[in-house]
Design a protein around this ligand. Structure first.
Ligand SMILES: [Zn+2]
Length: 274
C-alpha cells in the first residue's frame, strides 16, 4: 500500500487530497481516477516539496519503526538482558552504557550503509529535477537522499543523519560543529561496540548526530540550518506564486511529526525519534 498526500497551495488556501492506493491488477475505477488527478496535479506543479518518513526506505530493506514488524515493536535480547527499543536507544543508555548504546546503533547503521537507496529514489530525483524547484524534508536518518544524488542544499533532515557524528561535549559542538561519521565495529555476540569513537578536537566520545529518545543533547544546529533554507525556499515559491505540490511518502497513516498543516511544518520535531 502506498499512501500519498498531495497538498496544492493556492494563495492562502490549502487543498488537501488524500489518496490511499492499493496496487492490484484490477484497480478500482475511483483509484484510477485519483491516480490521474494526482498525476495531473504533479504535471501542473511548478515546485515540489517531498516529505518522507520511514516507509520511504522500506524497499531498500531498512525496517520501519512503528509499522508491522517494525523494530520499535520488538524487544532486543542482549546476553541475559532484554531491552525495549526506546530503552536501548535512549540518551540514558548512552550515558550509562555507551558500549551497548553505540553497539546497537552501529549494527543498525552498518546495515543502512550496506544497503542501497532503491530505484524509487532515482525516479523521484528525475521527476523533481525536471521540475527544477524542489525541496526534501525527511525524518529518515539514513542519508539516502544524499547518496541517491539529491542536492544537499535542498534537504532538511529533521532528526539528523547517521552520516555525521557530534561530540558528547555541547561546548565542543558549538565550537567545532559536526564531523563525518565514524561508526564503531561491534562484537556480534555481545552487541557491544569494540572501541568507542572519540572527538578529534577534545578527546571525548562522539555519538551520532541523530535525535534519540529523551535526547536534550542532540546538536540541532545543522538541522536548524537546513530548516531555515527550507523556509527561505517556501517563501520564494510563495512570493513567485508558483504552484506548489507537496508529496508525502511513507509517513504512515497515523499522526506524524512531519505532517503538514496549511503549508507550514507542524512543530512535532520535539517528539523526534530515530
Ligand atoms: Zn569534542
Amino acid at each position: 500500500m502506498l499512501v500519498i498526500y498531495l497538498y496544492r497551495l493556492k494563495r492562502t488556501y490549502t487543498y488537501t487530497y488524500t489518496y490511499t492506493y492499493t496496487y492490484t491488477e484490477n484497480m478500482p475505477v475511483h483509484t484510477r481516477k485519483n491516480l490521474n488527478n494526482a498525476k495531473s496535479l504533479l504535471e501542473q506543479s511548478q515546485a515540489i516539496l517531498v516529505v518522507t518518513g520511514a516507509g520511504m526506505s522500506v524497499d531498500s530493506g531498512v525496517p520501519t519503526y512503528r509499522g508491522s514488524g517494525g523494530i520499535w515493536t520488538r524487544s532486543i535480547q542482549v546476553g541475559d538482558e532484554c531491552y525495549s527499543y526506546d530503552e536501548i536507544s535512549s540518551l540514558k543508555m548512552w550515558k550509562t552504557n555507551p558500549h551497548l548504546a553505540w553497539g546497537f546503533k552501529a549494527s543498525f547503521y552498518h546495515t543502512m550503509n550496506t544497503l542501497e537507496p532503491h530505484e524509487g529514489y532515482s525516479i523521484l530525483l528525475n521527476a523533481v529535477q525536471n521540475k527544477g524547484e524542489y525541496f526534501i524534508c525527511t525524518s529518515n536518518v539514513d542519508g539516502y537522499f544524499e547518496r541517491a544524488g539529491f542536492d544537499t542544499s535542498r534537504i532538511y533532515e529533521v532528526h539528523g543523519t547517521i552520516q555525521k557524528n557530534q561530540c558528547t561535549d555541547k561546548r565542543c559542538n558549538i565550537r567545532n560543529g559536526v564531523t563525518d561519521a565514524v561508526i564503531p565495529d561491534i562484537d556480534p555476540d555481545t552487541l557491544l561496540a569494540k572501541k568507542l569513537p572519540v572527538c578529534s578536537f577534545c578527546g571525548n566520545m562522539t555519538r551520532p548526530n541523530v535525535s534519540m529518545f529523551g535526547d536534550y543533547e542532540f546538536f540541532e544546529e545543522p538541522a536548524k540550518h537546513q530548516r531555515k533554507r527550507l523556509n527561505v525556499w517556501l517563501d520564494k515559491v510563495n512570493r513567485e506564486q508558483k504552484q506548489l505540490v507537496i508529496i508525502e511518502i511513507g509517513c504512515g497513516v497515523n499522526r506524524h511529526s512531519l505532517r503538514m498543516s496549511n503549508g507550514k511544518m507542524m512543530s512535532g520535531e520535539e517528539n523526534a525519534v530515530a
